[in-house]
Design a protein. Structure first.
Length: 756
């Protein structure tokens, strides 16, 4: 294959009828791409440690040998902590062989289930949660259950926690913790597994382990104030204020032994891989590991790594696993996985830092994939603290792009940090090349912050797809519904030729159509997926208009065409297929695929304001002329689904009379292009008049027309009236501004212009 300067890939394989080298020609006769070289950057030491291990060759067989040796040594040192009597020793008083002492049979513990102890709010009696709440038949926690002391009916919500004060030898003071009790032991003798209630010998063993001093060097730092431990979960209420409180006594000893033995390996690559494998057991051997008697519909499933991801959550039922139970199978799986990567060459550079502070050479990178933090969905630095503390180096959370009350980081801070990161990406990426942004968030404000940050540094969004997790496919989405999806955003950096041409004709119609020509050439052509021809949302007229406006505004130029003029120009210059616009050769390709398709997917339109309501009516009337009575029930249903809370209500009758025409039979129709452009120009003037009233009024704008704001902002931007834009922006609710990418774009850029 051949890749040109703009990133286009061409198939250079010879065709049978061409006078070119045959398929049996030596490799030198064909064009080939070179080795891929990657630069991996993350703020988190834990993340870059993972990246290093996945991208650096390792002797997998040597790793497995060393890992098994360490596990055997730890079993010799600490194995007695995980022994339980299967058949206890006994003796008879009689004479002869029957009266002799029997040695008994020991089993090796896989895991021990610990249950929280609660207090009955009626009688104050203690009750062990698992014993009373777990249904022995279904193995599920019951909604309600009786107190074993007073028979009062209760639920977990009505119980009081049983707290106790104990002496912490590490802190040398008393601390408050929750009372927990071992209630079930899963163990095996040879290959056969058994379960039992803890007996006196088991409880004595646990008491003995508890009296041992904590291993020297075990992480004991106090947890810093952070959202994941104080604002949200308040795990101090579970008796966890310092790192060593995350672990029961046995887990402290074996984890420390495993970590120390891995650290002394002289081979640095092997040492890193061994620490990598031990690191994966830290959460799974902590109090965060929940006991789940039923998994995937079956009883007695694995208790390995049953913690909740993305949160510090301590359950009332804890599964304390042994190191062999959690690591023996993992060691074999890691060896198998990494033995298949023996061909890896060291073409990856791994860096622990904020990408915003990176010193990547300008225009040196061919492609970027980034998976940024999603607002306040996941608190990465907080969650990494537990594992990173074992390495002795933690994430510098100051430049972390996140919304976090505990660190006093707002959405504006998040947007600024993301803008700084995207600016570095834009500088490092070669002109004409692409960046993929993987993104998920349930809040429109965060989705809009990402879009605005992307476009403000010069990127142009070309494609937004949602990942369907059930079918593992990617579907086109519209921006209005994007925030609730797992998204894959494709954006490109325009090449130098476009930027140079645009600067010469910026602010003119030629600049507009130069950009649209270039942009359409980079948008994907709809593809056939299982017989269905998928549409491309970005090829619709209103999204093309939004991208054109953003391209001008972000570069500080006036927008020379209003929406009506732009839409008319689209229809004159480009081929239209199913509401999508194409260059001539793209239209021919679409037609070919259309003939092969069994069905054509329809792009969704969500009615959220007057502008989208007009588009909806336009689509219905294109299908066939209709009376107002026929449209009204359909319109009411659509307008009630997602209408903006601050958007001024609209009547269907007003839309029809302002933007459509009636035929002789009283049915409403779509006007011809000339009439439509004239009506759109009249509408534009009406919207600008509405904007001027907003400008003159005082107080907060609680209800308004978004399209009037945008029309007024475009007109004011063209006339360089930046303070007028900011005056109206100041009257808008902050939430509205944050949740609309177009309003946010004008606000940010008008502020930059006004401040010089």
């Amino acid at each position: 294959y051949f890749v040109d300067d703009e990133g286009n890939i061409f198939d250079r394989r010879p065709t049978p009828d061409a006078h070119t080298p045959s398929l049996s020609a030596p490799p030198s006769a064909l064009s080939r791409l070179g080795a891929r070289k990657a630069i991996l950057v993350d703020l988190s030491p834990a993340a870059t440690f993972i990246a290093y291990n996945y991208n650096t060759p390792v002797d997998a067989a040597a790793f497995e040998r060393e890992a098994n040796r360490i596990l055997r040594e730890v079993e010799v040192e600490c194995g007695w902590m995980y022994e339980t009597w299967h058949v206890p020793p006994s003796s008879d008083a009689g004479d002869g062989p029957q009266g002799e002492l029997t040695r008994g049979i020991k089993g090796r513990i896989n895991y021990t289930v610990w249950s929280e102890v609660f207090l009955c709010p009626e009688c104050g009696g203690e009750l062990v949660f698992l014993n009373e709440a777990l249904d022995p038949e279904t193995q599920r926690v019951r909604e309600s259950f009786p107190c074993p002391h007073c028979a009062a009916e209760m639920s977990k919500r009505t119980l009081d926690k049983c707290r106790m004060t104990v002496y912490d030898p590490v802190l040398r003071r008393t601390v408050e913790t929750l009372k927990r009790q071992p209630v079930l032991i899963d163990y095996q003798v040879g290959r056969k597994r058994y379960s039992k209630r803890p007996d006196v010998a088991d409880l004595t063993l646990l008491e003995k382990v508890e009296t041992l001093p904590i291993p020297f060097g075990f992480p004991i730092s106090e947890l810093p104030y952070m959202h994941m431990t104080h604002e949200r979960m308040r795990i101090a209420n579970h008796g966890v204020t310092h790192l060593h409180h995350f672990f029961l006594p046995r887990a402290r000893h074996v984890l420390h032994a495993l970590w120390n033995k891995a650290q002394v390996i002289s081979d640095s690559r092997l040492r890193a891989m061994l620490l990598f494998s031990v690191e994966q057991a830290i959460w799974g051997m902590s109090l965060l590991n929940r006991y789940q008697p039923i998994q995937y519909g079956r009883v007695g499933g694995s208790q390995v790594n049953r913690y909740l991801s993305g949160v510090y959550y301590i359950s009332s039922l804890i599964s304390e696993v042994s190191p062999w139970y959690i690591l023996e199978g993992k060691t074999a799986r890691l060896r198998k996985a990494f033995s298949g990567l023996h061909d890896i060459t060291e073409n990856a550079v791994v860096s622990t830092q904020s990408i915003a502070a990176s010193t990547l050479s300008a225009e040196s990178v061919d492609y970027i994939f980034t998976d940024p933090p999603f607002g306040e969905n996941i608190y990465y630095a907080d969650l990494n603290y537990l594992v990173e503390s074992w390495h002795g180096v933690t994430t510098d959370s100051a430049p972390e792009a996140i919304v976090d009350r505990a660190k006093r980081k707002t959405l504006d801070d998040y947007q600024g940090l993301m803008r700084a990161a995207f600016r570095t990406y834009h500088q490092a990426l070669k002109p004409g090349r692409w960046m993929t942004v993987e993104f998920h968030n349930s809040h429109n404000a965060v989705w809009n912050a990402i879009q605005e940050a992307l476009q403000s540094v010069g990127f142009v969004i070309a494609d937004v797809r949602t990942l369907d997790k059930q079918s593992s496919s990617y579907r086109q989405v519209t921006a209005a519904s994007a925030a609730k999806q797992d998204l894959v955003i494709s954006a490109y950096k325009p090449n130098d030729n476009l930027e140079v041409r645009f600067r010469r004709v910026a602010g003119t119609g030629q600049g507009v159509w130069d950009f649209v020509d270039y942009h359409l050439g980079r948008l994907p052509v709809p593809v056939l997926l299982e017989g269905r021809l998928e549409g491309v949302a970005e090829r619709q007229n209103y999204l093309l208009f939004d991208r054109m406006v953003a391209f001008h505004v972000q570069r500080g130029y006036p927008v020379p065409l209003n929406a009506a003029e732009f839409y008319a120009g689209l229809n004159e210059r480009y081929s239209v297929r199913d509401k999508m616009y194409f260059l001539p050769h793209q239209a021919a390709e679409y037609d070919r695929r259309f003939l092969q398709a069994q069905e054509v997917g329809q792009l969704p339109l969500i009615v959220t304001d007057r502008g989208s309501a007009r588009q909806w009516v336009h689509l219905r009337l294109e299908e066939s002329p209709r009376t107002e009575g026929e449209l009204q029930p359909l319109f009411m249903r659509e307008a009630q689904r997602a209408w903006g809370g601050n958007e001024e209500p609209v009547e269907l009758r007003d839309i029809l009379h302002e933007d459509f025409i009636q035929d002789a039979e009283g049915r409403w129709c779509v006007p011809d292009p000339n009439q439509e452009q004239h009506l759109a120009q009249l509408r534009e003037r009406r919207l600008q008049h509405v904007f001027e009233t907003y400008l003159k009024e005082k107080g907060r704008l609680r209800v308004f027309r978004k399209e009037a704001l945008l029309a007024g902002f475009r007109h004011a931007w063209r006339e360089q009236r930046y303070t007028d834009i900011l005056t109206v922006v100041a009257r808008l609710p902050v939430r509205v501004l944050q949740e609309d990418p177009q309003l946010l774009m004008y606000a940010d850029n008008a502020r930059i212009k006004a401040e010089g």
